[in-house]
Design a protein around this ligand. Structure first.
Ligand code: SAH
Ligand code: SF4
Ligand code: F3S
Length: 450
């Protein structure tokens, strides 16, 4: 098989997958291939897949069916499935779609080059065994030139009873603070302005690294990491996700309040507002504890944006228990809430329980929660009206090229009139003139930023 000239990557799922795709694209660039926008024209097609819910998983099968057909016409096409479906299905995916050349789990993303060498020698390859994730030596091909992701911890050691992530992403592996800072410095030198530190359970950062402080506290926590990396020259904004309420500390909130580059934006999924459901999910906290965390955040940072994830219709959830979720949402006032109906996943405990709820109940609860969420987002947006916000400009508004778009420190998407050539990567004070539930429009208070 000859080395392909051009490649296409389609990415499903969360920010971890997006970050992995950027690293894999960097490896393919390094092998001399070029990006092809059309997946049906590319010589090498890579699907980086997600299996968090059944509908996420099913999406990839329909694409694979079409690509497999194409391969019968053109046997030189190289087909790769990476990510979480690849990890979950492994060999059986290869049996189901024998046209595949490579099936590789997320821990193998940095090994794409080696794995493809084996493919080009004529092998069909499945790489799903757990490995120690190599420090990356290739430059990612990043989608944006203003904001970048930096992985700080891979994997997850929690055992939420509904979740496939620990099974597909493996055990926690933290990168060293030195490696993280070095990557951030490199990103800053390339002109990026904002970094989001990534981990499925980012509060677990450092648990697996050696070392403790003289007081006996673990030396490497997320808080310590923020103190260590907050002042990388050129990086104006730092975000982090995802936080777990079980491990979220007051020390972390204080660090966010104290460090000017760390943004007032917290993503802390609660999943359910009912303690019995939280227990059945094995989440390890109560709704009272969750409320205390949010109170603390708002005590130190009254304007902070709070976003979260929630699941409705978990096995056995009664109407009253669902009402507790509505109540929590009502009381807290989220800026953004990602909602989902429970989806039974292979290999997870909750999928085997006999108290699964019917589809009608799932759809009804999801719709009721979403209705409340959109009302609330609209209400939360109101606080921006007539205020001056600092916007980090990322790009043009794809719907109106006379406008640029960027985000507030609290992560609200904001549009205003301006020239992208002059403004890209600049932080601009903008007076907000229109508010919508999930975005804002304003006018720049400075027009020339030479
Ligand atoms: N590590 C993060 C979230 C990871 S998955 C955390 O602990 O919160 C992203 C979101 O997908 C979860 O927060 C949850 O709301 C949702 N999710 C995960 N498994 C699901 C399932 N089986 N059914 C429906 N939603 C699910
Ligand atoms: Fe899944 Fe729970 Fe880990 Fe989040 S903390 S990735 S929900 S197991
Ligand atoms: Fe999906 Fe894997 Fe992320 S299952 S949500 S892509 S960790």
């Amino acid at each position: 098989m000859s080395t392909p000239n051009c490649y296409h990557i389609t990415t499903f799922g969360c920010q971890m997958n997006k970050a992995d795709s950027e690293r894999m694209a960097g490896i393919l660039d390094g092998m001399g291939m070029s990006w092809e926008e059309d997946p049906f024209k590319a010589d090498l097609v890579l699907y980086n897949t997600c299996t968090i819910r059944d509908n996420a998983e099913q999406k990839v099968y329909s694409y694979l069916g079409r690509q497999a057909k194409r391969k019968h016409q053109d046997p030189n096409v190289t087909l790769v499935v990476a990510g979480c479906v690849a990890q979950q299905e492994g060999e059986s995916l290869m049996r189901r779609v024998p046209e595949l050349d490579l099936v590789m789990g997320p821990q193998h993303a940095n090994r794409l080059g080696d794995l493809l060498e084996q493919v080009f020698q004529g092998n069909q390859v499945v790489a799903t065994e757990p490995v120690h994730i190599m420090e990356d030596i290739t430059k990612p091909r990043r989608d944006s030139d203003i904001t970048a992701w930096v992985n700080v911890i891979y994997g997850c050691n929690e055992r939420c009873t509904y979740c496939v992530v620990p099974g597909v992403r493996g055990l926690e592996q933290s990168r060293t603070p030195e490696a993280i800072r070095a990557e951030m410095e490199d990103i800053a030198r390339q002109g990026f302005k904002e970094i989001t530190l990534l981990g499925q359970n980012i509060d677990a950062y450092g648990r697996d690294l050696p070392g403790s402080t003289p007081e006996g506290r673990h030396k490497h926590t997320l808080t310590d990491l923020l103190y260590y990396v907050h002042d990388v020259p050129g990086i104006e904004r730092i975000r982090f996700a995802t936080s777990h309420p079980r491990y979220f500390t007051e020390r972390l909130i204080k660090a966010c309040a104290e460090l000017p580059t760390v943004c007032e934006h917290f993503h802390i999924p609660f999943q359910s507002g009912n303690n019995d459901i939280l227990k059945a999910m094995s989440r390890g906290y109560t709704h009272e504890k969750y409320r205390r965390i949010i109170d603390k955040v708002r005590h130190y940072l009254p304007d902070a944006a709070i976003s979260a994830d929630a699941i409705v219709a978990f096995p056995g959830e009664t109407e009253e228990q669902f009402q507790d979720t509505l109540q929590l949402v009502e009381d807290i006032g989220f800026d953004l809430l990602n909602t989902a109906a429970y989806s039974p996943r292979p290999g997870t405990p909750a999928a085997t329980w006999d108290n699964q709820l019917p589809e009608e109940v799932k759809a009804d609860r999801l719709q009721r929660l979403n209705h409340l969420v959109s009302l609330q987002a609209a209400e939360r947006s109101q606080r921006y009206a007539d205020r001056v916000e600092t916007i980090l400009v990322e790009d043009i508004n794809p719907k109106d090229p006379t406008q640029v778009m960027g985000r507030t420190r609290t992560n609200r998407l904001t549009f205003f009139e301006g020239d992208i050539q002059a403004l890209r990567g600049q932080i601009v004070p903008v007076k907000i003139t229109q508010v919508r539930p999930f975005s804002l429009t304003g006018v720049a208070l400075v027009h020339s930023l030479a």
